[in-house]
Ligand binder design. Structure first.
Ligand SMILES: [Zn+2]
Length: 266
């Protein structure tokens, strides 16, 4: 078996396991419960999950989405989060392949992708981004960027600071202006982290990411209103759009910027 394939399989398995842990985070952090204890159980009948009922993706499929004991439906969110985490990890590894600057940033991006997935799911459900997840991202990001510098001997701290300011001032400003009607304070706390990491790749990439966040938000908002699934005044969770925008910056920022710069003759 080739090394690359072995690496991809290992990353997928680890990604699924971390995704399974994210499900615990998504269910318990908003309720301020411990993520360590107790062990997972069926919310209806209390049956403790045995290891074979707790295998990411596989168990949900084998049980056909129902509790073994009481047949209560198990949300499809569980396997979806697990699969999404593994796919994000594979995507990021593929994106980084063979490019040393990107590889040096990979540990941080994998961690942020997983934290972001949990945050997006919590924001969609509860309309908030818990400090317990958002605030640790600050030291984590500084450590991850420092690791990147250590590996490549190249630091982009000024860029990162500018990116953090652009995202922070934009989202924080909107939060102030709309008095919490549009953005939440959680969005304003999350934004500088995403700005810093995307700007480590380039200021242009970072700005494209912020632009993408608003574009995705606008498109989803219009679709929801037109399809009658949302009132004009209903508040959309903006966290998933910020995180989606940051992902766009990572995956498409550089080619989009090169396309634009080429067309403008820059
Ligand atoms: Zn049950």
């Amino acid at each position: 078996m080739s090394e690359g394939l072995l690496f991809a399989i290992g990353l997928t398995v680890l990604g699924l396991l971390v995704g399974s842990f994210l499900n615990v985070v998504i269910a318990r952090v908003p309720a301020k419960q411990s993520i360590a204890t107790p062990a997972s159980s069926c919310p209806k009948c209390g049956q403790l999950l045995r290891w074979r009922d707790n295998i990411p993706l596989l168990s949900w499929c084998l049980l056909r989405g129902r509790c073994r004991q009481c047949a209560e439906p198990i949300s499809v969110r569980y396997p979806l989060i697990e699969a999404a985490n593994a796919l994000l990890w594979l995507g990021l590894a593929w994106w980084a392949m063979g490019i040393s600057t990107r590889i040096s940033l990979l540990p941080l991006l994998l961690a942020l992708a997983s934290a972001g997935l949990a945050l997006a799911a919590i924001d969609l459900q509860h309309h908030r981004l818990p400090d317990a997840i958002v605030l640790p991202l600050y030291p984590l990001t500084v450590l991850g960027l420092a690791l990147s510098q250590l590996i490549t001997s190249q630091g982009y701290w000024i860029q990162a600071l500018i990116g953090a300011l652009i995202w922070g001032v934009t989202i924080g400003g909107l939060w102030l202006v709309t008095a919490g009607g549009g953005m939440g304070l959680g969005d304003a706390k999350l934004a500088p982290v995403l700005g810093a990491v995307t700007a480590w790749l380039g200021i242009a990439e970072s700005i494209i990411g912020l632009f993408a966040a608003f574009l995705i938000g606008a498109i989803v908002g219009v679709v929801l209103i037109v399809s009658g699934r949302s009132q004009r005044r209903a508040r959309l969770a903006f966290g998933p759009f910020l995180l989606g925008g940051a992902m766009c910056a990572v995956f498409f920022g550089t080619p989009l910027w090169e396309l634009y710069a080429g067309a403008m003759g820059l």
